[in-house]
Structures are given as structure tokens and as C-alpha cells.
Design a protein around this ligand. Structure first.
Ligand code: ACO
Length: 324
């Protein structure tokens, strides 16, 4: 008998404003056709003026609490994965804590860019397994629209805003892969590739927030191999293989990366949750958004074996295997 971190609830929030690909045809030299075929994105949501990462995170958290049938008093910790915080400090997590009216426990942020939610899930799992907490709210929330260079056609068309949240709860399992909850995680980073994706501003350099810069093609070439490797490593850690996977819930950056990874793993595309067409790349929010939408659509069911995988700035990449 061992402790497991089981997903007890899930929820998401998307800003009201939907921005179709055609919006960018007026501001840069691009086309709906190029964006669809090269990335798979059709539309994305952009936060309203004044709408913040912490507000979106709070809305997603409320939806997850409702889905779990839990109250704020039941939560011991909040971890927010984000690279677009409201302020340099305090953390978005403490802002969510106060917005929810939560006066117990603790909150902190995790910054691993697009891989942030995977890193946050692995950390929440470790806190639960080490008996420091029983229930953790894990949130991914981003306002990437605020750090886009709207004159750079190679990046401005790819990203969107949104938030997703899950609640992890300590439950007792048998110690086999039949247990519900997080079964394994695999985390990696390699700072030598930091120039492939970065923001050209920050506190200790420019004292500005900066704008996103990306070498899309070299990043693309790294992605499929690293994502396949980390997903398969996480599965192998608990003696599982690609055939055991019910759903891949990938970071939603590019349809060709998602298809390439699924193909290498031998998992058909009808077992991959896709939200990219509607959300664009929402960085750390993309996996919890996809989990929440996949659940609401009736695709993800209790007992399903799920692999989440993501890669982003750092480079940082990883995977988590869990049974829903
Ligand atoms: N519209 C029209 N043409 C464009 C656009 C656009 N929006 N953007 C770029 N192009 C042009 C380029 O200028 C280039 O033109 P050239 O050949 O005349 O120089 C041509 O299209 C091809 O450009 P590539 O960058 O080689 O195109 P590619 O097929 O690699 O697709 C893309 C670009 C979609 C960015 C892809 O490389 C990609 O998805 N990369 C990975 C992104 C990613 O995974 N990010 C994940 C992490 S995100 C995070 O961590 C925050």
C-alpha cells in the first residue's frame, strides 16, 4: 500500500476574445492557410485589457474545485506554472490563494516555460508522496499575448492565453500500475539551447518584460526526438510501453510535432487530445487546458492511462504518466 497523487478535479478558463488567423493577415505578411498548414492553429484566445494571469488562474481553480466537489478549505498548497506572472513578485500562486480566500497552506510558482505544468505536476506529486500535503491545486496560466512581438510573423501567430487547473489528492494505492494517480515522471533541461526560445528582457538585464524570440526551425528539430524519449522513459520507469497508452495529452505547440511524436510512439492520432486548433500554444496552460477539454468532451475517462509531454524554453522538457 502506497500513497498516490490522484486527480480529483479539473477545470479551465479561456478569455472571451477569440482571435482568428485572419486577424494576423492585417498586421503581418501571413495567411490563414500558412498558419493552419505549418502549425495546425486556427484561432486562439487573447486576454482582455487588464485581465491578468492570476485572474485566469483563479477562474480555472474555481472550476476545478467545483468539478472535484471540494472547498478552498480542503486545499493545502497551490502551485502555478507560468512564465507570464502579473508582477515580478509575489508569485501568482499567492495571488490566487488570496483571491480564493484561502488562509491556510502555501503557494509558489514554477517557471519551466511550456514544460512548466509537467514540472509542477511532478513537484506536487513529490509533496504528496513525502506526506507534506494531502491536496494540491496545480495550475497552468499564461498571458503570452503580452510578450509577443506583433511585428514578428514567425512568432505572433503561434501563441494564445488561457488557464487550466487540476486538483491532486493523496489516496492509498496498491503500488501497481493499476492504481489511479501519478505513476511516474521524467524531467530534463539543457541550458546550452537557451537561445532557441527566450524573452529578450528581464529584471536583472533590461528592467523590462521583453518580447518572445524563437528559432522555430531548430526547436522543431529537437522537439519530436526529445518528447518521444521522455514519454517512453516515463513509461519504462513503471514497466509500461507505448501500447498501454489510452491518451497522449501533449503540449499544444505544433500539429506536426504532435503527429511526429505520436507516430514515433506508435500511438494513433485518435488517441491524442488536440486543442491546438482552438487555443494555439498557451505554454504552461496547454496541458491542463487539454486535460479539462478532453474530460468535458467525454474522451478521457476514469481508469484511462495518460501520458502528458511538453518541451519549451530552456530547453526544458519532460513527461508525466498517470492513470485518470
Ligand atoms: N506566415 C508566413 N510565412 C512565415 C510565417 C508566417 N506566420 N512565419 C514564418 N514564415 C516563413 C519564414 O520566414 C520562412 O521563410 P523563408 O523560407 O523565406 O525564410 C518560411 O516561412 C519557413 O520558416 P520556418 O521557420 O523554416 O518554418 P517551419 O516549417 O519550421 O515552421 C514553426 C515554423 C511553425 C514556428 C515551426 O518551426 C515550429 O512549430 N517550431 C517549434 C515551436 C515550438 O515547438 N515551440 C514550443 C515551445 S514554445 C514555448 O516554450 C513558449
Amino acid at each position: 500500500m502506497i500513497r498516490r497523487a490522484v486527480i480529483k478535479g479539473v477545470g479551465h478558463y479561456l478569455p472571451e476574445r477569440v482571435v482568428p488567423n485572419s486577424y494576423f493577415e492585417d498586421i503581418v505578411d501571413t495567411s490563414d492557410e500558412w498558419i493552419r498548414t505549418r502549425s495546425g492553429i486556427e484561432r486562439r484566445h487573447f486576454a482582455a485589457d487588464g485581465e491578468t494571469t492570476s485572474q485566469m488562474a483563479t477562474s480555472a481553480a474555481r472550476a476545478a474545485l467545483e468539478n472535484a466537489g471540494l472547498a478552498v478549505d480542503d486545499i493545502d498548497a497551490i502551485i502555478v506554472a507560468t512564465s507570464t506572472p502579473d508582477l515580478t513578485f509575489p508569485s501568482v500562486a499567492t495571488m490566487v490563494q488570496s483571491e480564493l480566500g484561502m488562509t491556510q497552506g502555501f503557494g509558489f510558482d514554477v517557471q519551466a516555460v511550456c514544460a512548466g505544468f509537467v514540472f509542477a505536476l511532478a513537484n506536487a506529486n513529490a509533496l504528496i508522496l513525502s506526506e507534506q500535503v494531502d491536496r494540491v491545486l496545480v495550475i497552468g496560466s499564461e498571458t503570452f499575448s503580452r510578450i509577443l512581438d506583433m511585428s514578428d510573423r514567425a512568432t505572433c501567430v503561434l501563441f494564445g492565453d488561457g488557464a487550466g487547473a487540476v486538483i491532486l489528492e493523496a489516496q492509498i494505492g496498491s503500488g501497481t500500475v493499476a492504481d489511479r494517480g501519478i505513476l511516474s515522471a521524467d524531467l530534463n533541461s539543457d541550458g546550452r539551447m537557451r537561445d532557441m526560445l527566450y524573452v529578450d528582457g528581464g529584471v536583472s538585464t533590461t528592467q523590462t518584460a521583453g518580447r518572445l524570440r524563437m528559432q522555430g526551425n531548430p526547436l522543431f528539430r529537437q522537439a519530436v526526438g526529445k518528447l518521444t524519449e521522455t514519454a517512453e522513459k516515463a513509461l519504462q520507469k513503471v514497466g509500461l510501453g507505448d501500447d498501454d497508452v489510452d491518451w497522449i495529452v501533449p503540449h499544444q505547440a505544433n500539429i506536426r510535432i504532435i503527429q511526429g511524436t505520436a507516430k514515433k510512439m506508435g500511438v494513433p492520432m485518435d488517441r491524442v487530445v488536440l486543442t491546438l486548433q482552438d487555443h494555439g500554444n498557451t505554454s504552461a496552460a496547454s496541458i491542463p487546458l487539454a486535460l479539462s477539454v478532453g474530460c468535458a468532451d467525454g474522451k478521457i475517462k476514469r481508469g484511462d492511462l495518460i501520458v502528458t509531454e511538453a518541451i519549451g524554453g530552456g530547453l526544458a522538457w519532460g513527461a508525466v504518466v498517470l492513470r485518470w
